[in-house]
Design a protein around this ligand. Structure first.
Ligand code: SAH
Ligand code: MG
Length: 212
């Protein structure tokens, strides 16, 4: 959403990540695996440090970058559960989590998040939503159910590269479903009785929701 010069300027203040994460980010970019952007990295580090969640859930692991980042910045006794369905990414995620030394701290659940979320029972203090954008709205009921009072829901990529504010007719046909569902998601989380939500035009757009 911000212009490119602003991004470059803001990114110049970012704290360096560990060498492990820097290399992993490079690998993601090279192999076209999605990975959170620098401003989202900062925001996640900040929120994890501020909120000190013990039980963290991530929807959309890819090959482990953001879960490893959260593992690095959370408390020793915190635990991260992350979900990934893409078979090609699952072994790479396991490999990276092991190589980062976080096998004890990160549990990777393999399969479709919609099915897995339905089965989960024990609530979380922090949920990072970073899977297929068109599905956020389908995940929402279980995500709210799984969020402790005072718990934080962070949703990434909610501005759809800026498409979200365009009319649906200005958006390519391929992106129209995402467009409609993401607008619905934003409406739901900003008007949800159990959530207090703020929309931030950071990176590709982020919402922070706290469970009342
Ligand atoms: N959080 C990661 C990037 C995630 S990219 C990081 O920053 O390192 C989004 C991931 O969500 C993709 O790997 C995709 O395969 C996965 N995904 C999309 N829809 C899903 C679903 N319904 N269930 C499980 N994983 C899903
Ligand atoms: Mg994302």
């Amino acid at each position: 959403m911000q212009d490119e010069r602003m991004d470059v300027f803001l990114n110049s203040f970012m704290m360096k990540q560990t060498d492990f994460l820097t290399n992993l980010e490079e690998e993601c970019i090279k192999t076209q695996v999605p990975v959170i952007r620098p401003q989202m990295q900062s925001l996640l580090r900040f929120l994890i440090t501020l909120h000190k969640p013990l039980r963290i859930l991530e929807v959309g692991c890819a090959i482990g970058y953001s879960s490893i980042l959260m593992a690095e910045h959370s408390l020793e006794e915190s635990h991260i559960t992350t979900i990934e369905k893409y078979e090609k990414r699952i072994p790479l995620a396991h490999e990276n989590i092991k190589a980062a030394g976080f096998e004890h701290k990160i549990t990777l659940l393999e399969g479709d998040a919609f099915e897995i979320l339905r089965e989960l029972e024990k609530p979380f203090d922090f949920i990072f939503m970073d899977a297929a954008k068109a599905q956020y709205i389908n995940f929402l009921p279980d995500v709210v159910r799984l969020l402790n009072p005072g718990g934080l829901l962070v949703s990434d990529n909610i501005l759809q590269e800026g498409d979200l504010l365009e009319s649906r007719f200005a958006v390519t046909r391929r992106n129209r479903t995402i467009h409609a569902r993401m607008r619905e998601y934003l409406y739901e989380i900003t008007h949800h009785k159990q959530l207090e939500t703020v929309i931030l035009p950071v990176g590709d757009g982020v919402t922070l929701s706290v469970r009342k």
